[in-house]
Ligand binder design. Structure first.
Ligand code: BYC
Length: 322
């Protein structure tokens, strides 16, 4: 038997073992063999997810100094800090696949990797903080709860903690909006205006429609994604409409109505050209978000250098003591 044939046989056996693990709904762990495409897809999705958490700190972070009370400031500060934590768990999960975190950050800053379209819209009033919690975190929960069963162990485990924190984020947003809706006419108008601006971008968070989603079929076969983009979008609409009614706001979609036959709400199509534009860098705040991220990265260089020097000094101390 030639060496080539032996290598081919070994690879086929590894592939078979991988397929059987996925088939049994068991987890793939960092040291397990995995196809290159599976590893690449995970690095792409997890990095994009991590970048979204980090860039996602900006639109709400802008309101920390302008929060209307100490209580709201403390809540918002804690929430934005949670997003930083989510980014860190996710970068760590990407590192278990052999990705280099510094390189991932470079790829974000120079536009080779994406982050969620939703964070390229401006936060114009404090009601936006509530609506981001309610709709954006609500959409994130819909998308991310199934990822707790994702086939890659470190990603699935990171998602469990992230989802617990996201539920709290969603509730604080809804509670903030309920408070504003019980306030003055001007406050109710602010809430409605924020809902009008964030509704469609929130639906776009789930990605392009299934027939225009090049990665879905493969990712679902690998059980990285457990549901298609359209399934999750529908789940989000079904969950959100009753909450909007309770809140007393109108969702800005004239086609939105309950369909008894389907057992779901029908809804209009988001502007997919807008999603394409925002993803390709031409949204209202893309340039501002990346410029801010780049500046924070450059201004933080001394902190990374100091931390590395401190770690090296401690390691040298331990070696000398051993
Ligand atoms: N924005 O084949 P598709 C959060 C890209 S964090 C930008 O359907 P896939 C939160 C997609 O990457 C929110 N890009 O892709 C944080 C692909 O491009 P590439 C982030 C998008 O991966 C702080 C191309 O379009 N959540 O919630 O199968 C505060 C074709 O799409 C978008 C996650 O990252 C978009 N909206 O499905 C509050 C969750 N949609 O890479 C909240 C994990 C699509 O081929 N990620 N693209 O060049 C996922 O579940 C999936 O990656 C997606 C897309 C559903 C987003």
């Amino acid at each position: 038997m030639t060496t080539q044939a032996t290598t081919g046989d070994a690879e086929a056996r590894l592939q078979e073992h991988f397929d059987a693990t996925i088939g049994r709904d068991q987890r793939i762990e960092p040291r397990d063999w995995m196809p290159d495409g599976y590893r690449r897809t995970l690095i792409r999705q997890i990095a994009q997810h991590a970048h979204s958490e980090i860039i996602g700190m900006q639109p709400e972070g802008q309101w920390i100094t302008r929060a209307p009370s100490l209580r709201r400031k403390a809540i918002l500060l804690a929430k934005v800090q949670d997003e930083a934590g989510h980014g860190l768990y996710l970068y760590s999960a990407a590192e278990t696949l052999g990705a280099d975190r510094a390189e991932l950050t470079e790829m974000l800053i120079d536009g080779r990797q994406k982050y969620s379209s939703i964070f390229n819209y401006p936060t114009l009033t404090f009601a936006d903080v509530g609506v981001i919690g309610w709709l954006v975190d609500g959409a994130a929960i819909c998308n991310q709860v199934p990822l707790c069963r994702s086939s890659y162990g470190p990603y699935a485990r990171a998602m469990i903690r992230i989802c617990k924190e996201e539920s709290f984020h969603q509730r604080q947003g809804y509670e903030l909006l309920l408070t504003m809706m019980r306030g003055t006419d001007a406050q109710r108008e602010m809430v409605q205006d924020a809902v009008n601006r964030w509704w469609w971008p929130s639906l776009m968070m789930f990605g392009p429609p299934d027939d225009a989603s090049p990665n879905s079929a493969r990712s679902m076969a690998w059980k990285i994604k457990r549901h298609s983009n359209d399934e999750l979008r529908q789940r989000f609409v079904d969950m959100t409409v009753p909450q909007a009614e309770k809140l007393g706001v109108t969702l800005p979609d004239p086609e939105l109505r309950w369909n008894d036959e389907r057992g779901h709400y029908d809804f209009g199509a988001p502007d997919w050209d807008e999603l394409r534009r925002v993803i390709s860098g031409d949204g209202p705040c893309n340039a501002e978000r990346i410029a801010r991220r780049r500046a924070a990265h450059e201004e933080g260089a001394w902190v990374r250098e100091a931390a590395a020097a401190y770690a090296a000094k401690r390691a040298a101390g331990r070696r000398a003591a051993a």
